[in-house]
Write a protein that binds this ligand. Sequence first.
Ligand code: NAD
Length: 312
Amino acid sequence: MRAFVTGGAGFIGSHLVDRLISKGHGVTVFDNLSSGKKDFIKHHMINKNFNFVKADLIDYETVLKELKGHDTVFHIAANPDVRLGAQKPEIAKKDIIATYNLLDSMGKLNLKEIVFSSSSTIYGETPPIPLPENYGPLLPISVYGAAKLAAEGLVSSFCHSFGMKGWIFRFANVVGERGTHGVIVDFIKKLRKNPKELEILGDGKQKKPYLYITDTIDGIFYGYENTNEQTNLLNLGCTTSTEVTRIAEIVVEEMGLKDVKFKYTGGKRGWIGDVPQFQFDIKKMSKLGWNTSYSSDEAVRKAVLDLLDTNL
Ligand code: NAD
């Protein structure tokens, strides 16, 4: 396959690119490097099966031009910062237009496959039950979640209108090597500055499933290769979850620190739009034969070790 990976220089995107290349596929990375890093893909630059385009999905003409000649689109690009939405809601507008430009170009060029990275945030504030893919109503509480839900709608409707096939993966919190944002990165940065005290957003009881990066990439390929509806909707997560205070303890342990004072900012949410607790139902993926190799706590610990090896 000749794959077009938007956001391919980012955390998840660059791991996806590694896997595509290792499977022998041709890859074009289309990334504006707003949060991605050329460093994450530099090992492919000499590969003749690899092509890097530094551009923004907002630029319709460039998307249309660069997309030509590809078979499958992996749409991974988005502003990944859920916290930002309450200060800068325009990030939603940009991500929705980006998704529209991509799908519209696919329609014009007669491209037939799109794999999209959605998120648990589309579910909004829900009862404390494992959430199956058909849970509703979907009322996101973050602008980020709203943009993902809008993009899911666009993917589904373009699939129906233009005879395309779509795979929508709703990711849990993905962690691991090359992570550039999120709670683990935040804690490591803070503790490197001040190893005596750690500020924790909220009351520390926020509890979510954490998925290790290799499990995420395995899951994407497994879901893509083993489902065949017009629009395939899949939760990608694990059945266990980890409290924020536990993450702090793991980071402290792995940094070899002692007597760190945890200072909570208070309230049940870490920020406006934060869903404090959620759990995925991943029966659909497990029925296909996929499961994670790591529990949520194991994923957190492995990611801490990966990230402690880097400068961040
Ligand atoms: P990331 O910031 O590392 O990757 C996003 C990439 O997209 C970056 O390389 C960035 O430069 C690029 N990008 C953003 N806007 C662009 C645009 N308009 N045009 C071209 N390139 C653009 O983030 P990530 O954690 O790897 O997330 C990847 C995807 O997965 C995102 O869509 C994110 O919303 C989604 N997601 C991530 C998580 C997670 O826990 N990391 C959870 C759920 C969903």
